[in-house]
Design a protein around this ligand. Sequence first.
Ligand SMILES: Nc1ncnc2c1ncn2[C@@H]1O[C@H](COP(=O)(O)OP(=O)(O)O)[C@@H](O)[C@H]1O
Ligand SMILES: [Mg+2]
Length: 336
Amino acid sequence: MTALPLPVREDARPGAERPGCGPDIALEIRGLAKTYQGFGASPPKAALKGIDLDVPRGAFFGLLGPNGAGKSTLINILAGMVDKTAGSVRIWGHDIDTDRRAAKMAIGIVPQELNIDPFFTPKQLLDLQSGLYGLRKSEYRTKEILQAVGLADKANAYTRQLSGGMRRRLLIGKAILHSPPIVVLDEPTAGVDVELRQNLWNYMRRLNAAGATILLTTHYLEEAEKLCDTIAIIDEGDLIACAPTAELIGRLDHKEMTVTVEQDLDAVPAALSRFDVTLAGPRRLVFRFKRSDQPMCAIIEAINEARLVIADLSTSEGRLEDVFLELTRGHQQGKA
Ligand SMILES: Nc1ncnc2c1ncn2[C@@H]1O[C@H](COP(=O)(O)OP(=O)(O)O)[C@@H](O)[C@H]1O
Ligand SMILES: [Mg+2]
């Protein structure tokens, strides 16, 4: 995908006037709940249980959660594809119940499912969508959008002939052709190969840099950690965390230190047994500790006392994956 003029509406840009919108909030979600009706033998399913969430203007916001957490339900409510059971949503200041059209114009949504009518060409699809958004012919930017998502040479191909990656890009084009200030992508990189994932990441970064507020759902922790400045975690329909990415990682108090020694060991030396340590190889000791305890000096002294010679030493911070497990585990226990 190329870095062509990015379609972001004027009022999305920093410092622009935004009538009808809180000064800093792109998406305001209050008490949002959704219960899917059961049918036959299957009982009703509470997919969202009262979510409060503010997505700040200009954010690269990650909505993270395991499969079935309720991410797509939330996105589909924003898209008007699922009716909420309770709560309120304002998109760029416009209430989705009372101001549906303005809300719709302010957001572009790339759904998780790659459902595209196979008998349209990309050009026809984008022209049609532009019409649905009420754009005048002179405002159609089909060619520019196809170029921006790297599909200029596929303008007249049947979409059924496009690869999965191309379809994903076409759906991105379809979502941004009315230059919305908010772009939402529901698991855009699920099942996508490494190269396309990198492309999509770059593209999303550029959209964000051009002023768009990005809301990304993912169950890839690494993806959220790399791209997002703020991360919200949902699990089983509840919001269990929402914080700047660095702070969320900082909450994790685990650290590991791996020490390689010059002697072969067949067990952890007694002098080290007071630490949480395992022998991970004949010469490798892995210490686990709470960062706040700061035991590193004591560990190194104890290693010296055990008359071991340190050949190498490295430490690693906790990963977002661990924060996630910790938080969701706490959540499960809280319910038990
Ligand atoms: N149309 C539907 N009817 C009934 N249950 C649904 C429907 N869509 C989703 N669910 C259920 O709601 C829960 C949340 O689903 P979803 O929002 O798709 O989660 P996620 O996108 O985080 O994987 C899941 O338990 C799912 O099975
Ligand atoms: Mg989903």
